[in-house]
Design a protein around this ligand. Sequence first.
Ligand SMILES: [Zn+2]
Length: 100
Amino acid sequence: MKDVKINMGKIDYFGGCPVCGGSDGQLNIGKIVWGICHKHKKRWLIGSGLFSNWKDETEKGWHRNKELLSTYEDVEPLRNPTYWAETEEYDEVASDELPF
Ligand SMILES: [Zn+2]
């Protein structure tokens, strides 16, 4: 990990590879969404049922995704502090300053 500078502000909303901070998008297996980095063979769990596009995919496609992901390492993704700071602020406002 030496001399690797990761621009945290460029990390994908759905998380980034812990090695390079990058992301090659998301892969669905059924309703489960995984973030991936092909270069470093990392995967991280994003969530379930976040996108509706999984319904347009076939079981064959999911099987292919599953095969691919089974060769990738399960990791904790890097989080873009911009998005996560915003989320915190939003939570605070929502719980402490209820206008009505
Ligand atoms: Zn990577």
